[in-house]
Design a protein around this ligand. Structure first.
Ligand SMILES: *[C@@H]1O[C@H](CO)[C@@H](O)[C@H](O)[C@H]1NC(C)=O
Ligand SMILES: *[C@@H]1O[C@H](CO)[C@@H](O)[C@H](O)[C@H]1NC(C)=O
Length: 309
């Protein structure tokens, strides 16, 4: 590297010297054009040598430049060939396989989803998950892998019940502390606060759609809109699978599973939200269990979807 640098410096110095020499020679020539034939041969010879040296440097540089360009284009061509080889010919490129599965090209060249042969080894105990059978698993991947194996009738399936194994919550299985009446009475306020803080955090990180950002801005400036806007945002956010204006139990997963290990009241709280016990939480029920004024809660999800599309 150092040698190369020195070479470049030397080359540049040579070049500059040559150019100025050539310049001098040219001026010299101009001035004495009419009597060029009568002067001694000394100066023109020097000029010829200098011009020749300059020419040589230029040739070298041009050759190097050409070489570099050639190499670059060859490399690019090679990459293009690689791209053409891999991308369009990999049938798995476009295939989406769900959790616990990976795409594999079958003998007939078709992409197919198979159970993931092995899950990444997790050393972080926080990646452990507790299943609906109150069993601790190494990671969410392991749960989905088992479910896949049972689905596919693999002999690796540990039993019929694992056909429906799923994550109950993140973290190791533990004894859930009873949610006391006192804890529960404070929970809606804490939940509202938490929802607003999550919404604000997402706004700061530029992860809210323009419509929700507007709701967040309003929540920032108008205290009476603070909790209701956050509640509306979260309810609309949860109601996406499917978007049917009610939040079913599986749609509660994104707030239930991560909070269970931290909040012993989350499960009883969410159960309480479903006041009529039909396994669906309407926006009205949601607002009520967050102890918000019913009048302030209005359904705004449709507007949101319209803007997002
Ligand atoms: C679940 O497992 C944990 C840890 O093994 C245990 O302490 C707890 O009592 C279990 N919970 C239930 C509901 O069985
Ligand atoms: C704050 O929100 C309430 C309820 O929507 C509304 O009646 C009030 O006009 C708003 N206040 C301001 C300052 O925008």
């Amino acid at each position: 590297m150092k040698l190369q640098f020195l070479l470049v410096v030397a080359l540049v110095a040579l070049l500059v010297a040559d150019v100025s020499a050539a310049e001098k020679v040219r001026k010299h020539k101009k001035g004495r054009k009419h009597r060029l034939s009568t002067t001694t041969t000394e100066q023109p010879a020097e000029a010829v040598v200098a011009a020749q040296a300059e020419q040589d440097v230029m040739t070298i540089l041009a050759e190097d430049e050409k070489e570099e360009e050639k190499e670059a284009s060859e490399q690019k061509a090679e990459e293009d060939v690689k791209m053409n080889e891999i991308v369009p010919h990999d049938p798995c490129q476009e295939k989406y396989c769900g959790a616990g599965k990976v795409c594999q090209v079958s003998a007939s060249g078709e992409p197919e989803c198979v159970c993931i042969p092995s899950c990444p080894i997790e050393v972080d105990p926080r990646r452990k998950v507790c299943s609906n059978h109150n069993e601790t698993w190494g990671s969410d991947c392991e749960i989905y892998q088992m479910r896949c194996m049972c689905d596919h009738g693999s002999e690796m399936c540990k039993g019929e019940k694992y056909k429906h194994v799923h994550i109950e919550y993140y973290g190791v299985c533990r004894e859930m502390r009873e949610c006391s009446e006192e804890d529960m009475s404070d929970f809606p306020r804490r939940m509202r606060d938490w929802l607003f803080n999550v919404m604000r955090d997402l706004a700061d990180r530029d992860e809210l759609s323009p419509y929700f950002l507007k709701l967040e801005r309003e929540a920032e400036t108008n205290l009476t809109r603070r909790w209701t806007n956050a509640a509306i945002w979260k309810w609309c956010d949860l109601d996406g699978h499917p978007a049917d204006r009610s939040v079913s139990r599986h749609e509660l997963f994104p707030i239930r599973a991560p909070l269970m290990a931290l909040e012993h009241c989350i499960a009883p709280f969410l159960n309480k939200c479903d006041a009529d016990d039909d396994h669906l939480i309407t926006l009205k029920e949601w607002g009520k269990c967050l102890e918000l004024d019913e009048e302030d809660i209005e359904e705004k999800c449709d507007e949101v979807r319209g803007e997002e599309e």
